[in-house]
Write a protein that binds this ligand. Structure first.
Ligand code: HH2
Length: 346
């Protein structure tokens, strides 16, 4: 089905509900989820007061909010999927320097895929203040490890977390399946054409400026509308470049040029992005706002807070949860899914 972009000046933000439905005619699945449904929504029109609305029974917006999302590398997105983070960098804010050697990376991947259904591999930190890594260096960090993972018989879908087309291309050639671009195809002019020609899924994330400078740009009149407008523009650009709608995944970019208040607003209103009709990815694991809210100074101390955020993402209908702590997230998610009434299927 071709993608119809939502109305640019209004958002129908569904109110996600879980558990037993009253079975009313207006109860509709949320974003193809088997756990969540909705029967009312808020209408946010640019510059106007928010109105509460019953869920529309027909129409393209209803369809976009409710419809099953395209399968993701063979994974049905009717339940939240865990994406395990494997950073092959000396300086990532959480796991920098831990998995650089290929043997250590393969061992960590083997451990993560007990619980993760996707692996996200990165060779350049994008934490606030991080400096750019030369292309050759980033390729040398990532491609051999991806090849080693495939040679070790790991068939889990792999995404390459990069802003650079040459790095993405080397990773895809080595056996990666997905491109995860925190600049939503803006950093490298060759990235959109590469993704289009390889026909692979791509994560379009909201970010501003560069990792070096982004926290200076954390100023928005209204962060929800800014992120929405940006993703709208990036989806349109991706389609124009020939990328299939079924290969697009959206991400609000928690912590990228955002304050704690911005991050919280986006987490609270995540369901506002379902009217694109696309899968949502949430990457909040161990991020700074969790430390700011709890006093957990180091990323390693933020595991419990991260699991809480992952559950919030699941409750808002996020389809992919990008996390460091795959085991802890899986345990929490299994319980959440079981409580929602899908015990046999969780
Ligand atoms: N966050 C980070 C990196 N890549 N990709 C997506 N799609 N969404 C995110 O939120 C996201 C991302 C930053 O986290 P991490 O990889 O743990 O750290 P670093 O950038 O320091 O390697």
């Amino acid at each position: 089905m071709p993608l119809r972009l939502p109305e640019p000046d209004q958002i129908l933000r569904p109110l996600p509900r879980s558990g037993v439905t009253a079975g009313g005619v207006s109860a509709q699945p949320l974003a193809g989820s088997r756990h969540l449904w909705w029967n009312s929504a808020s209408l946010l029109a640019r510059g106007r007061a928010t109105e509460e609305r019953p869920a529309p029974l027909t129409g393209t917006t209803r369809l976009a909010i409710s419809a099953p999302r395209a399968d993701f590398c063979g994974l049905s997105l009717d339940r939240p999927r865990i994406m395990g983070i494997l950073n092959l960098t000396p300086d990532s804010f959480s796991d920098g320097g831990r998995h650089n050697a290929p043997e250590a990376a393969v061992a960590r991947a083997q451990e993560m895929i007990r619980d993760a259904e996707i692996l996200d591999i990165g060779g350049e930190s994008t934490r606030p203040g991080a400096q750019e890594v030369p292309v050759e260096e980033e390729i040398a960090r990532t491609a051999p490890v991806i090849r080693a993972l495939r040679e070790a018989g790991i068939t889990t879908p792999i995404s390459i977390d990069t802003r650079k087309a040459a790095v993405a291309e080397a990773a895809l050639d080595a056996g990666a399946d997905i491109v995860n671009d925190v600049t939503a195809l803006r950093f490298d002019p060759d990235m959109a054409a590469l993704v289009a020609s390889r026909g692979v899924p791509v994560v379009l994330m909201h970010s501003v400026a560069t990792p070096e400078t982004m926290q200076k740009h954390a100023v928005y009149e209204d962060v929800l509308w800014s992120v929405r407008d940006h993703l709208y523009e990036r989806v349109a650009a991706a389609l124009k470049a020939g990328i299939r709608a079924g290969n697009l995944i959206l991400d609000p970019g928690i912590g990228f040029g955002k304050t704690t208040a911005h991050d919280l607003r986006l987490l609270r209103e995540l369901a506002a992005f379902h009217d694109f009709g696309l899968p949502l990815l949430l990457g909040a694991s161990r991020k700074k706002f969790i430390g700011a809210l709890t006093g957990a100074a180091t990323p390693a101390e933020r595991v419990t807070g991260s699991v809480a955020v992952a559950l919030q993402g699941a409750a808002m209908g996020a389809h992919i949860l990008r996390v460091h702590d795959t085991r802890e997230t899986r345990q929490a998610l299994s319980i959440w899914q079981a409580i929602q009434g899908n015990y046999d299927e969780a």
